[in-house]
Design a protein around this ligand. Structure first.
Ligand SMILES: [Ca+2]
Length: 148
């Protein structure tokens, strides 16, 4: 699946280059790159960020770009856990999972979409997405997909 994503990603990048679109705003600390998904420790894409090109099976063993001592998941309800997400992959949905290894309650972001406020989205276990998610998978499926 990772190889499929890479092949499609190259094609998308070429298309954007050919049309001359300007994609990212230079100089912003939390800019996300085309083909990647970015997750943030605060709502509305604030705080620490983690940008990934491939699916991530355990946010507990990953680190934010700005602080290598802080993981995007450190146990349920920890303030520095992920609170928003921006999907700059224009070919694939990205699904977030409550548990590691892409398991447990899910909610996702559509192709090219974003979820600004994880706290507004409830999971099937009664918790909100806010500060509670632990893995993400590109090109996966979940009954609850968002762009808000
Ligand atoms: Ca947070």
């Amino acid at each position: 699946m990772s190889f499929v994503k890479k092949a499609l990603g190259v094609a998308v990048a070429t298309t954007f280059a050919a049309t001359g679109l300007t994609l990212a705003t230079a100089g912003t600390a939390n800019a996300c790159s085309t083909n990647d998904v970015c997750v943030y420790s605060d709502s509305a894409f604030g705080g620490y960020s983690m940008e990934t090109y491939y699916s991530d099976a355990s946010w507990a063993t990953s680190r934010y770009a700005e602080n290598q001592g802080i993981a995007p998941y450190s146990g349920d309800g920890v303030h520095n856990n992920v609170s928003s997400a921006d999907n700059w992959d224009f070919s694939h949905d990205v699904v977030f999972y409550y548990n590691s290894d892409y398991k447990g309650p899910c909610a996702g972001v559509v192709v090219g979409g974003a979820i600004k406020h994880f706290e507004n989205i409830s999971l099937s276990n009664g918790k909100s997405m806010n500060d509670d998610m632990n893995s993400d998978h590109f090109n996966s499926t979940c009954a609850y997909m968002y762009n808000n």
